[in-house]
Design a binder for this molecule. Structure first.
Ligand code: DAK
Length: 260
């Protein structure tokens, strides 16, 4: 049986998943990827969980990349397989999670680590965090969605600058570029992430799930984001959450959403 590398803690609707490989700066090996994917999948059907926070153990790193020691002797076929498997199993699953996933970036987020944060819906960074896609310095390119998701957030020019120079940016630079949503002190990181989770939890879980779907549709090949929005918008009118949300407004009370 493999060692447990993901610590899960659930508190008032917020599930915090902590990657626990501090001795390797939480580098993503296959066990971390599989265990994280399983935890995200299980959270989807757990009605007690409304928002997921993702962070790294220790003060130094969120995730310092894919585990370099694991893929050092791969050939082209193995590299392609691993990239596809990882993207489908974990990175796309996070992005498509019906429950919002917030990355609390507590230190280095490099390579696959930054790609993991990019797959999350929101990113909050500690002031000392450093982010980068250093893959080309190792002779590879980002393989877990970084070439696609980074330009979506910061634009093609800045994304290419980060990818081609392989240099890290500071948390403040990342904030200026739109790569992270907020920068806070290391001491405040988890409370800021929890606060954002609480703000999300006031809203309809069903509408949140649908809003995520509609936003993603705009980035998906073969889908028209505006058409997807129209369908999702229309479908909202059939939900219990819509009836409760509008009724609560009329009755001047707080809504009690069921997520249906
Ligand atoms: N993988 C494995 N071990 C790592 C690691 C990593 N990515 N990053 C750090 N470690 C380990 C170090 O080897 C060291 O272990 P020991 O030597 O003590 O056994 C320990 O963590 C502490 O690291 P340092 O001693 O280096 O700590 P420093 O404070 O001096 O430096 C650092 C911190 C973050 C600047 C440095 O550790 C560093 O440069 N780390 C590597 C960053 C990096 O290049 N990451 C990889 C990016 S490329 C793929 C899909 C995706 C990818 C690849 C393939 N396929 C589908 C095949 C993605 C690739 C990447 O992520």
């Amino acid at each position: 049986m493999s060692q447990t590398l993901i610590e899960a803690e659930s508190n008032e609707g917020v599930l915090t998943l902590t990657i626990c490989r501090p001795e390797a700066l939480n580098a993503l090996n296959q066990t971390v990827i599989a265990q994280l994917a399983e935890a995200i999948e299980n959270a989807q059907s757990d009605s007690n969980i409304r928002v997921i926070l993702l962070t790294g153990s220790g003060p130094k790193a969120f995730v310092a990349g894919a585990d370099i020691k694991e893929f050092a002797d791969f050939n082209a076929r193995q590299g392609k397989e691993l990239a596809r498997k990882g993207q489908e199993l974990l990175f796309n699953r996070i992005e498509r999670s019906a429950k919002p996933v917030i990355a609390a970036i507590n230190g280095f987020a490099l390579g696959g680590g930054l790609e993991l944060a990019l797959a999350c819906h929101v990113r909050i960074a500690a002031s000392g965090a450093r982010m980068g896609l250093p893959e080309v310095s190792l002779g590879v390119i980002p393989g877990y969605g970084g070439t696609q998701r980074l330009p979506q957030l910061v634009g093609k020019g800045k994304a290419l600058e980060m990818i081609l120079t392989a240099q890290m940016v500071t948390a403040d630079e990342a904030h200026q570029w739109g790569l992270v949503n907020a920068v806070v002190s290391p001491e405040e990181l988890m409370s800021a992430a929890n606060q954002m989770a609480k703000a999300m939890m006031k809203n309809s879980p069903k509408a949140i799930q649908t809003a995520i779907q509609a936003v993603l549709a705009g980035y998906e090949d073969g889908l028209n984001g505006y058409d997807a929005e129209i369908s999702c918008f229309g479908a909202s009118f059939e939900t219990e959450d819509f009836k409760e949300g509008t009724q609560a407004f009329i009755e001047k009370r707080k809504p009690e959403f069921t997520g249906k």
